[in-house]
Design a protein around this ligand. Structure first.
Ligand code: NIG
Ligand code: FE
Length: 408
């Protein structure tokens, strides 16, 4: 066959689909659409009857399924040793998360188990969790360190995250959460922050092991002032920041993070209007984590109306971790964001696509189906995009496309 210049050259074409493009965070529906892929990017998307003349290696007729961008889980602690099912039982008997932490459980328990685990064991256990997310429609996952709390073991966690991205068809973003809790070797929080600023962050940055830096700003973790020093170092090293803020109390961490142009501030149940305004003007994304809210039986919800009123972008993530959110379905989190926080299914889908991409600083290439963006998308066995937030579980993925290639 001779190639002609006036034919659009494609690697693959999907037809017989309805598309929720999520351009500008809206469904932006195109019914009876087609999607053309070339070189792992979207070469064309639009109504099938406007498709230019083309030549393609492969053509897939999907018989009317719905396509959305691949889901993006922008906040997880997916790599850890052991699990904390015992704490789940303690909490059911009335012991609080803070009490468990004070007794040496909580994050500290996962730190011991993660330090003790071999790198190969961490890869194996995390891979199973990652595959659950992928089977449910996720194509990009952020993974935090933070159960190592020493240079050596933080690097071990970040290497595991790197390996997962190399071994599976999924995009991994790695975040260094070394300021998650106090390690047993330190008894002074300022000294530990000094260690992170002088030894851990510079090495992580030099080795290119993280895409961003995160901290836990809370009474049981670090103060806004301590986190600020750590953010200053991250900034000097050219690493963007994010923050666990206002989860259990209002410390103003989210407003401080906004001053450092944080990509996101996450949790936010106790955020104030001033914090919301600071986030809005900095373009900091609000990442809401309904799995942690549910697991800890929180009662104070993030202030949806304030976030909407000030135009803060809202993302939803699993927060997958062994303590506060043993969640392995991002779609379930979308349902919980609707039921528990009053989000609409359209907002929930924006929260796991374009807004989640913004929370990872990758919205120029990911998060919506537009020409030139990376061809990560899901063909769903549903009759409307709202069903993605409606079902509790279920096997809805018909085809998963990662960088233009069908995988899974
Ligand atoms: O996002 N808030 C702090 N960090 C995690 C919990 C980690 C843990 O308990 O192991 C969170 O909820
Ligand atoms: Fe978290």
């Amino acid at each position: 066959m001779t190639q002609s210049d006036d034919l659009m050259q494609l690697d693959s074409l999907w037809r017989g689909v309805h598309v929720a493009t999520m351009k500008d965070g809206q469904y932006s529906t195109i019914e009876n659409a087609a999607i053309g892929v070339r070189g792992g990017r979207i070469a064309w998307v639009g109504p099938a009857d406007q498709l230019p003349r083309y030549q393609t290696q492969q053509e897939h007729n999907m018989a009317g399924c719905w396509v959305t961008p691949g889901l993006i889980d922008c906040h997880t602690h997916l790599v850890f040793g052991g699990n904390r099912a015992g704490e789940f039982e303690q909490r059911l008997n009335g012991v609080s998360y803070q009490d468990i932490a004070a007794q040496g459980g909580g994050i500290a328990a996962s730190v011991s188990a993660t330090r003790a685990a071999s790198e190969a064991d961490l890869v194996a256990s995390s891979k199973r969790r990652l595959q659950s997310l992928m089977r449910d429609g996720v194509t990009t996952v952020e993974i935090k360190s933070g159960y190592g709390l020493s240079l050596e073991s933080e690097l071990k966690m970040l290497r595991v995250a790197t390996t997962l991205g190399n071994e599976l068809p999924v995009t991994i973003k790695r975040t260094c959460l070394a300021a998650h809790a106090m390690p047993p070797e330190f008894d002074d929080k300022d000294r530990y922050i000094d260690y992170l600023c002088h030894e851990v962050l510079p090495k992580v940055a030099t080795l290119g092991m993280a895409d961003a830096v995160d901290a836990f700003c809370e009474h049981i973790a670090f103060s806004p002032e301590q986190v600020e020093r750590y953010f200053q170092t991250a900034g000097q090293l050219g690493l963007p920041v994010k923050l666990h803020a206002e989860q259990l109390s209002a410390l103003g961490g989210s407003a401080m993070a906004a001053r450092y142009q944080a990509l996101s501030a996450d949790h936010l149940e106790f955020i104030t209007e001033d914090d919301v305004k600071a986030m809005a003007s900095a373009g900091t994304v609000a990442v809401l984590l309904p799995g942690a809210f549910y697991t800890l039986k929180e009662t104070q919800r993030p202030p949806m109306s304030l976030l909407r009123e000030h135009g803060v972008k809202i993302a939803i993530a699993t927060d997958a971790n062994p303590g506060t959110s043993p969640a392995l379905s991002l779609r379930l989190m979308m349902n919980m964001a609707c039921t528990l926080f009053g989000m609409t299914p359209e907002e929930a889908l924006a929260g796991t696509t374009l807004n989640a991409a913004n929370a990872l600083g990758m919205a120029h290439t990911h998060g919506s189906l537009e020409m030139g963006k990376v061809a990560d998308f899901i063909c769903w066995d549903v009759e409307s995009p709202g069903e993605l937030s409606y079902w509790l579980g279920g096997d809805l993925v018909k085809q998963r496309i990662q960088q233009g290639i069908i995988s899974l």
